[in-house]
Ligand binder design. Sequence first.
Ligand code: FAD
Length: 305
Amino acid sequence: MKALLVGEYRQGKLLDGTYETIAFAQKLGAEAVLFAAGSEADPPRFDGKVYLADAAQCGEYNPALHVKLLQEVVSQENPDLVVLCHSSYGWDLAPRLALALKAAQVSEVVDYADGAFVLPACNAKLRRQVRPKSKVAVVTLQSGAFNLSGEPTGNPQVEKVAGTVEEGMSFVGYEAAEKGGVDLSRAEIIVTAGRGIGKPENVALIESLANALGGEMGASRPVVDAGWVDHSRQVGSTGQVVSPKVYVACGVSGAIQHISGMKKSGFVVAINKDKGAPIGEVADVLVVADVLQLAPALISALQEG
Ligand code: FAD
């Protein structure tokens, strides 16, 4: 199998997601080449051919031009797969490229098993397998689903590709989201409220536990979507990526989109009624308990101590 990996740069810096595409190719045992629109000053560490478009000339993103450049690389390399990150770049580029190549497009791949792409279904409660029938498939990878086992290494053979930005659809640029509320990325202790807390009135309990531990409160997406907690506290692939020394997950099941935001935490304690909850796979300690009973006891013990 041969894979064309699509790397990503933002403001001249290579993004980590690029290495997730490399980890995916390694998992498949695929021969890989890489395309990226970026800068020679920060090339991907990768043993193989890198088709590098100069972002100063081609833009870090330009829909029409990047599709055209990728089509040229596809016709040269004949890959079975084109692999992108499931990022704003990948969301926009993958379907455009699939249309241009008359290829199948598979979004948010989280695994590869039995010759099939594995995707989350039913809000990540189920998984489904997809085997595209087209000659080439364009896939996007769920953020955090594939990781290199160590630090990236390698000496790329850089081949420059060039094109001219055409009139028509243009890309204006990236704008950093306004940061409101709390910056969880700096917190050393985070206590996260998951849907298991049951109702909005219980948010105060998790907040008290976070205060008693001298930390900040985080939240899973359903808790934020329900309006119980502000979005600035959401942890996960569509929230903040955090790496506290201690992470306490209260009534959080451990969906991949949540794990991808907290897996770099130093020590993970999960409190869950279900001893089989997936959060147990990443937790250093899984306390099988009702968080609504355990949290008040923990708060009293911390306040007494
Ligand atoms: P649930 O999955 O409902 O889990 C609740 C858990 O609480 C269960 O394990 C249950 O056993 C336990 N429980 C119930 N009652 C108690 C109790 N009294 N005491 C102790 N434990 C109890 N999710 C995120 O969190 N962050 C993201 O950034 C994010 N981005 C997403 C992006 C996309 C594109 C998609 C499709 C989904 C995203 N999700 C994200 C949602 C994700 O797939 C899960 O649905 C979500 O993480 C589940 O949240 P949860 O663990 O709080 O709830």
